[in-house]
Design a protein around this ligand. Structure first.
Ligand code: NAD
Length: 393
């Protein structure tokens, strides 16, 4: 099978590798020249444990190659970004539309186009409309499906091959064709077929469910902070109830999925999605609450550096999109504190005026520490952190 993967980021690249490892000839396409050059030089451009050696394997045996133009194939997988439109909390579908147009220009009868990007309900049908209008082929002459991705960064290759998958399509033949493709690399996971709108909403609901549950824990942590009681103990005690399972609070909720996807439901159903919207409000507020808490602790002493340990949005990755640690750092900076960032996976300065420093530097310095993400490198030195003046979020 010849497969073109469009967008070689956190989702597209591992998908391309998984397919290439299992018999598909994969031609990756990315609009970023830097990404294409780096990949063809043999180096992956994302931090993901265990991915580099697998990538080297498929590059070396000729099953994968990266291109800066879309190559003709039998299957096209679109895994481009779906961020917010400007500052509005609505989906910017321009990347998906652009990718669909580039496929339409070379689409042949019988080709399969799979949308993997996370999208608001009915976007797959809009993609099919674009393909139909711009290729001149009637929609029953080619196949389209939505196959959302559920992997967790940090464990992508394992989850990609072992998680259950939902595949949705307007026509059953399209869903079955997609299923056959994913079955080439799926190990333990099962595939469940449905229609495209159901698959789109299912993906959004999964992340909204997580966001709502984390919001509950975050809300409790703020109440406990006001009562000066330990949140961890409260949650442990409450979880002794046989039907209660409260999650752990954190600095907030970040990343390109949980902090974004719930809004794709809210944008379509603003009146109905009250709880989903409220959870976003709670999780967005949490880093601001922490900034206030830290400011109360430090008072007017603004010369002492405050260092945020962990600038990514979750442990052991380099992704800082929508990271609540960044929000916390900026909120403290706005209050006049001298803020620094420390992250073993992020070397360059990611926020203007907030320099990145090494753990060695901060452990031997006068800094007030905020352990925002439990990166392995920090946990390995937990005792030293406990001995230092450190707020464990
Ligand atoms: N990262 C995750 O953990 C995750 C998990 C599940 C779903 N998703 C969804 O998958 C989609 C992709 O996310 P990602 O994290 O891989 O994004 P990413 O930013 O890491 O990668 C996207 C890539 O697409 C390229 N690109 C943009 N427009 C293009 C176009 N028209 N043609 C070709 N290439 C193009 C970019 O240059 C970039 O390299 C998003 O919709 C996201 O919500 C992501």
């Amino acid at each position: 099978m010849n497969v073109s993967v469009i967008g070689l980021g956190y989702i597209g690249l591992p998908t391309a590798i998984a397919l290439a490892m299992n018999g598909s000839k994969v031609k990756g396409f990315d609009v970023s020249e830097d990404v294409v050059k780096k990949l063809n030089r043999g180096q992956i451009h994302i931090v993901e444990a265990g991915l580099q050696p697998l990538f080297e394997q498929v590059l070396k045996n000729g099953m994968f190659q990266a291109f800066d133009t879309l190559q003709e194939s039998d299957v096209y997988i679109i895994s481009v970004p779906t961020p917010f439109k400007n500052d509005e909390k609505i989906a910017d579908l321009s990347y998906v539309e652009q990718a669909a147009r580039s496929v339409a220009a070379i689409l042949k009868e019988g080709d399969l186009v799979i949308l993997e990007s996370t999208v608001p309900p009915t976007t797959t049908r809009t993609m099919t409309d674009i393909l139909e209008q711009e290729s001149g082929l009637a929609r029953d002459r080619f196949y389209t499906a939505h196959c959302p991705e559920r992997v967790m960064p940090g464990n992508i290759m394992y989850e990609m091959q072992n998680n259950d998958r939902i595949i949705g399509a307007e026509r059953e033949e399209s869903a079955l064709k997609s299923k056959a493709l994913y079955e080439t690399f799926l190990r333990k996971g099962n595939i469940f077929l449905t229609d495209d709108v159901m698959a789109e909403l299912c993906k959004l609901v999964e992340n909204s469910y997580r966001d709502v549950n984390i919001a509950f824990a975050n809300e409790l942590s703020m109440i406990c902070s006001k009562l000066r009681i330990d949140t961890k103990e409260l949650i442990q005690l409450a979880n002794r109830h046989p039907r209660v399972n409260i999650l752990s609070p954190g600095v907030g909720v970040g990343g390109h999925c949980l902090a974004v996807d719930p809004y794709f439901i809210v944008e379509r159903f603003p009146k109905e999605a009250q709880l989903i919207h409220a959870a976003r409000t709670v999780n967005t507020f949490k880093p601001h609450f922490l900034a206030e808490k830290i400011a109360c602790k430090l008072g007017e002493t603004k010369e002492r550096p405050v260092t945020i340990l962990g600038m990514s949005y979750k442990p052991d990755i380099d992704d800082f999109r929508e990271s609540p640690s960044v929000v916390l750092a900026k909120a403290l900076q706005d209050r006049g504190y001298l803020v620094r960032g420390c992250d073993p996976n992020i070397k360059e300065d990611i926020v203007e005026g907030i320099p990145m420093v090494s753990l060695e530097q901060v452990l031997s310095g006068p800094d007030f520490l905020v352990l925002a993400q439990k990166h392995k490198e920090f946990m390995d030195r937990r005792q030293e952190l406990e001995a230092a003046d450190c707020l464990c979020v």
